[in-house]
Ligand binder design. Sequence first.
Ligand code: SF4
Ligand code: SF4
Length: 221
Amino acid sequence: MDVLTQKRSKLQTLTWLGLPLVAVVGWWYPLLGFLLFGCMIGAVAVAFFRGRHWCDWMCPRGAFFDVILGKISPKSRIPSLFRHTGLRVFMIVIIFSVIGTQFYFHWGNAEQIGLALVRVLTVTTVIGILLGLIYHPRVWCHICPMGTLAHWLSEGKRPLTLQEGCAECGRCAAVCPMQLEPHQYRADGIVRDNDCIKCASCIAACPKKILVFADYDRKAA
Ligand code: SF4
Ligand code: SF4
């Protein structure tokens, strides 16, 4: 395990605890629901500079999917439906409509709004767990509204690059939690998929050590 993946593992063993803190303890202490805003803002803010980095390194639910759900998920192929833009937009509309409606009806009542946020987190996490038990731990991350917003903002932000010498062994694809295939971008030299969550698993797995995160402008110049 290289330094980056060691750091990531250590961080994820702590960050996943944020999920039960809000989705379980939040039912008794609803104000914890407001922590959800930290995660929502974080995912979008970080995307401006580092793409979907937040989804892997900081998101408690993403860490929970990797650290806990990953142990029992069959990790089968994620159906292409979950990558469909229409479904992703639909999820954004549904989730933000639910949150907006709750704000409208409970405006001025912080406990009720907090509880509504806890409820949204709990329901979506249950859906994510079910999808993980059926398919793959990171299915939810393809339809998570904040993940989709981050995806749209991620173009060219700290892309993964491939140098020459790919052995086409496919190990990078085998370890990718988002089921991307970095080696398929070898002609271009840049992994142009905004769903890369910058986990660095492929970098550690590559026997040729040709994968590296790079500044897009420097690479493109
Ligand atoms: S392409 Fe590499 S860095 Fe990006 S999500 Fe997949 S394994 Fe992680
Ligand atoms: S792990 Fe490295 S050498 Fe193997 S296919 Fe991926 S980029 Fe190529």
